[in-house]
Design a protein around this ligand. Structure first.
Ligand code: MN
Length: 295
């Protein structure tokens, strides 16, 4: 197995106090995951020294994810918002470097919100410019940037894998990649397997989540085809399980993501089940791929 497997911190905790940090990291490590993805909407809420110490203690890797907000929207075409957004992303890179994160991902190219207008060409060009500088800085720390494709209710810029591939090519840096998420793909893509294959080597980060964001397999996504798509794309990067329930509350994310329903209460049972599902699915897809190739 080459893909590192991760879990989003919101499976465990809603905040990042010392107690929450240690609990989330300890439980992630205990289940045998390779990494934990920490939300960094507010990078100043992360005590980098303490977090690094916990990651080292439990031998766990990490990644950071965030979305920008209206006041830091680098796709707005507003120079003041663009400057604030660039500063926010640079601050996140500093935190990522301090805790040893390998990837920074999410809605880094626009605000993480419902828009009521399409983006403008000037706004998109501004976002590309900022991300080029952010990507260059990230490369100095050996960090990969993942531009997360989300559904239309969470951004108006990148809603499909094809849009993200074109956008990442415009940025034009080897460490600025596409980040796909099955929850969003299920809403926007015509075909999940072919979207993964078409993204190919541009795929740099991956979220696996169900249609209702609960237990994998308890929704309507055809994960057998998702795993085959990942294998056919030759994807070897992280696969992080993302799931949200009203049982674990982070006020900011709850509102934007619309986390109203209780889909699970036991994060450990949920995450253990996800890990098994991912491992079995990948194994089957690799076997299918190896045995379908002509000698
Ligand atoms: Mn996601």
């Amino acid at each position: 197995m080459t893909n590192k497997l991760g879990v989003h911190a919101l499976v465990w905790v809603g905040g990042w106090s010392h107690d929450e940090c240690e609990r989330a990291i300890a439980q992630t490590a205990e289940l045998g995951f390779d990494l934990i993805e920490i939300p960094a909407l507010d990078p100043s809420s992360i005590d980098t020294t303490f977090t690094r110490r916990m990651l080292d203690r439990y031998h766990l890797g990490t990644t950071l994810s965030l979305g920008l907000d209206d006041s830091t929207d680098i796709s707005s075409g507003d120079p003041a918002k663009q400057a604030r957004g660039e500063a926010r992303l640079m601050e996140v890179l500093r935190v990522a470097g301090d805790i040893g994160a390998t990837h920074v991902c999410g809605i880094l190219y626009s605000a993480f919100q419902k828009y009521f207008e399409p983006p403008t060409p000037t706004g998109i060009a501004g976002s590309v410019e900022v991300l080029r500088r952010v990507g260059e800085k990230a490369a100095q720390h050996g960090i990969t940037i993942g531009l997360e494709v989300v559904n239309r209710y969470e951004s108006n810029v990148l809603n499909t894998a094809a849009q993200a591939v074109a956008f990442a090519r415009r940025v034009g840096l080897p460490n600025v990649k596409v980040h796909l998420d099955t929850y969003h793909m299920n809403i926007e893509e015509s075909d999940l397997e072919s979207a993964l294959i078409d993204t190919g080597e541009m795929l740099g980060y991956f979220h696996i989540g169900e249609s209702g964001r609960g237990y994998l397999g308890a929704g309507n996504i055809d994960f057998d085809r998702v795993f085959r798509g990942l294998v056919k794309a030759g994807y070897e990067g992280p696969i992080t399980f993302e799931s949200f329930s009203s049982a674990v509350v982070n006020k900011q994310l709850q509102g934007i993501l619309g986390i109203w329903r209780n889909l699970w209460e036991d994060g450990a049972d949920l995450a253990r089940h996800a890990k098994g599902t991912i491992e079995h699915g990948l194994k089957a897809a690799r076997e299918a791929h190896a045995r379908s190739t002509l000698p």
